[in-house]
Design a binder for this molecule. Structure first.
Ligand SMILES: *[C@@H]1O[C@H](CO)[C@@H](O)[C@H](O)[C@H]1NC(C)=O
Ligand SMILES: *[C@@H]1O[C@H](CO)[C@@H](O)[C@H](O)[C@H]1NC(C)=O
Ligand SMILES: *[C@@H]1O[C@H](CO)[C@@H](O)[C@H](O)[C@H]1NC(C)=O
Ligand SMILES: *[C@@H]1O[C@H](CO)[C@@H](O)[C@H](O)[C@H]1NC(C)=O
Ligand SMILES: *[C@@H]1O[C@H](CO)[C@@H](O)[C@H](O)[C@H]1NC(C)=O
Ligand SMILES: *[C@@H]1O[C@H](CO)[C@@H](O)[C@H](O)[C@H]1NC(C)=O
Ligand SMILES: *[C@@H]1O[C@H](CO)[C@@H](O)[C@H](O)[C@H]1NC(C)=O
Ligand SMILES: [Cu+2]
Length: 576
């Protein structure tokens, strides 16, 4: 090694050691979550913040300042308080998840996101994966992405637009303290979360997540769905492991410690947390409720169902309504996916309904769920009959058609996983390229494209595209995947490797409730998934009304956060 490389290596080793030290607490005992009673805490009410104000009854744009604070949070009655990072208007009101921001269609919201986090990280970050190494000792880099939002690149929370406490240090693509969300898109469910380069998995694990709803009353009210704070609730679901002292447990030994001292390919926790409490309970009336379920896990998939056979009806998926309600008895939710369902508790034959999960982890070929992570929350159903004027309409919202004939460009997006000599994953790339390699995906504003997403790994990767929405057309299994993978490993070129000769295996249909516009979809391993991506508003076809071509552009990435950080993410630049 030459001298500068050697020096860098020493610094990295030292920092790795420091990273490890900061997370080893006096009590390093992993909590056996089986010792925590389920359903003893009430589902907390998440504070709501309006992203607009009413001036003489007329909604006007509003400016919010939301901070990130280090504080203590009680995840369970019998668990000591946990140190977390929480979003809120001030430290006292900060919560995990953060306040739900309610925006109105057509009324913009300005948010100044402020970092108040002290420099020592509460979780083991790994300095060998691409992160803001230079400032890691002087502050915790953070940047906020509004997932599902259609807004200018400067407000998109680019991974390199991070900033530390007091904006003392800023990443290379940082531009402005205040973000602007125009809210001119279709009504639906969004969420905000951290997106800092190489630290996303940690900052989310520490608590930096929150729901964001765009409402369009003149379109939504006639649908007659359950509404109001009592009957229309976001449920932010994630999994965490804890130590006996209450601290969040994240393994500080990597699966390839000589390469990455701390990084592991997927984080799984044993306790299932809903709106900030582990396995909470909610008393409900015998009537319809709307639940906007956000999967904010790093890597866990959930397949939700009710143990008493109660069914539910999908009305939206990710950030958009679907055209027609779809009734089902179970639903599979990938990381960062959002499902929006109506549950009619008047149909329940019992007085208790447990929302349960039976998705193996990693999904689909991993371990079966155990007692702890197979239960999510409990609903206690009041016995008296209710008058319920809400309804589930036969049709929801229709958007302009998006057919393949409008597509002007075809792209192939291949997912690669790289392993060490011991066959342990070391990192993952899209199209075989690191995040920093120059941009290759440059769609035209207003255009429609077809992307073939080729999953060459053994895992299900939820692909998330910023700005654009997409529809999943079909999923086709690769025949002779090993031969095709070999070629792709050598040439990294789907056309030269004749993807069409391999993508002719069995076809797997897209579930009815996921046929609408999505911003994340689970890409099946060894399958080619064909999606049609739209780079204009889906509800009007209109152009965005802001400069989508500005720097620093957008990104697309795998939403398993441990993958995104290392570095299953690529730039996406919109051109005129
Ligand atoms: C956790 O506790 C449960 C019940 O006390 C026990 O059955 C289980 O073996 C324990 N698990 C571990 C990993 O110690
Ligand atoms: C920064 O954001 C504010 C508030 O949205 C806006 O008025 C201002 O023009 C922005 N400045 C730059 C340089 O983008
Ligand atoms: C932490 O990860 C290492 C390496 O993968 C593994 O050997 C160890 O058992 C893990 N520890 C716990 C408590 O899960
Ligand atoms: C849901 O229905 C399908 C098809 O009828 C069935 O295969 C599945 O086992 C059911 N799931 C649950 C959780 O009842
Ligand atoms: C939740 O999201 C994580 C990561 O995005 C994913 O791995 C997991 O499967 C998702 N779970 C559910 C229930 O959707
Ligand atoms: C939107 O654009 C598509 C093609 O891109 C077209 O078929 C459709 O008619 C347009 N709809 C509206 C409302 O302009
Ligand atoms: C890739 O394939 C694996 C293995 O089947 C699967 O679990 C994963 O979801 C797939 N990822 C995508 C993006 O399809
Ligand atoms: Cu992934």
């Amino acid at each position: 090694m030459d001298y500068p490389t050697l020096l860098l290596h020493k610094v990295v080793t030292l920092l790795a050691l420091l990273g490890a030290l900061t997370c080893i607490s006096a009590s390093d005992m992993l909590l056996n979550v089986s010792n925590l009673h389920m359903f003893v805490d009430e589902l907390p009410e998440i504070p709501r913040i309006l992203g607009y104000e009413l001036v003489h009854g007329v909604p006007k744009s509003k400016s919010l300042t939301i901070g990130m604070f280090k504080k203590k949070w009680k995840f369970h009655r019998d668990l000591p308080a946990t140190t977390v990072y929480a979003y809120g208007l001030n430290p006292e009101e900060a919560t995990v998840p953060g306040p739900t921001i309610e925006a109105l269609y057509g009324v913009g919201t300005h948010v100044t996101w402020e970092n108040h986090l002290p420099p020592i990280n509460i979780l083991p970050w790994d300095p060998t994966i691409p992160i803001a190494l230079t400032v890691a000792r002087e502050g915790i880099p953070t940047v906020v992405h509004l997932h599902g939002g259609i807004h200018a690149p400067e407000s998109d929370g680019n991974a390199y637009a991070w900033f530390t406490s007091g904006f003392r240090h800023k990443g290379p693509t940082w531009t402005n303290k205040t973000y602007y969300y125009p809210n001119n898109q279709q009504p639906g469910n969004l969420w905000y979360h951290d997106h800092a380069m190489g630290l996303t998995r940690i900052n989310l694990l520490a608590g930096l997540i929150g729901a964001y709803i765009i409402r369009h009353p003149s379109i939504e009210s006639p649908l007659g769905l359950p509404h109001g704070d009592e009957f229309d609730l976001p449920l932010v679901v994630f999994d965490r492991s804890f130590r006996t002292d209450g601290s969040i447990f994240m393994n500080s030994t990597g699966n390839n410690p000589t390469i990455h001292p701390q990084w592991q390919p997927e984080y799984f926790g044993d306790a299932i947390v809903v709106n900030g409490k582990a396995w909470p309970r909610l008393t409900v009336r015998r009537r319809k409720y709307r639940f906007r379920i956000i999967n904010a896990s790093n890597a866990r998939f959930f397949r939700f169902f009710f143990t008493n056979g109660l069914r539910f009806t999908h009305v939206a998926s990710d950030s958009a309504y679907i055209e027609k309600p779809i009734t089902a008895n179970e639903t599979l939710l990938g990381p960062s996916e959002i499902t929006d369902i109506i549950v009619d508790f008047s149909e329940s034959k019992s007085e208790v309904a447990i929302l349960a999960n039976d998705a193996p982890y990693p999904y689909p070929s991993g371990d079966m769920v155990n007692e702890a992570n197979s239960k999510v929350m409990k609903f206690i159903i009041l016995p008296n009959e209710e008058v319920d004027t809400s309804r589930i309409p036969r049709r929801l919202l229709r958007y302009p058609d998006a057919s393949l004939s409008h597509a002007t460009r075809t792209r192939y997006i291949a997912m690669y996983e790289y392993t060490s000599a011991t066959n342990e994953p070391t990192h993952l790339y899209l199209n075989g390229k690191p995040f920093d390699a120059s941009v290759t995906e440059t769609p035209k504003e207003g255009s429609t494209e077809v992307w073939y997403v080729i999953n060459l790994t053994e895992d299900n990767h939820p692909l998330h595209i910023h700005l654009g929405l997409f529809k999943v057309l079909d999923q086709t299994e690769l025949v002779d995947p090993e031969i095709f993978k070999d070629c792709m490993t050598k040439l990294n070129d789907a056309l030269k490797c004749h993807v069409e000769r391999y993508a002719r295996g069995k076809k797997v249909g897209v579930p009815a409730h996921e046929k609408g516009w999505k911003n994340v979809y689970k890409m099946m391993p060894e399958f080619v998934t064909k999606i049609v991506v739209r780079f204009s508003f889906i509800h009007t076809n209109a152009s965005y009304g802001f400069d989508a071509t500005a720097k620093p552009g957008y990104v697309y990435h795998c939403h398993i956060l441990d993958h995104e950080d290392n570095a299953m993410m690529r730039p996406l630049k919109i051109i005129k």
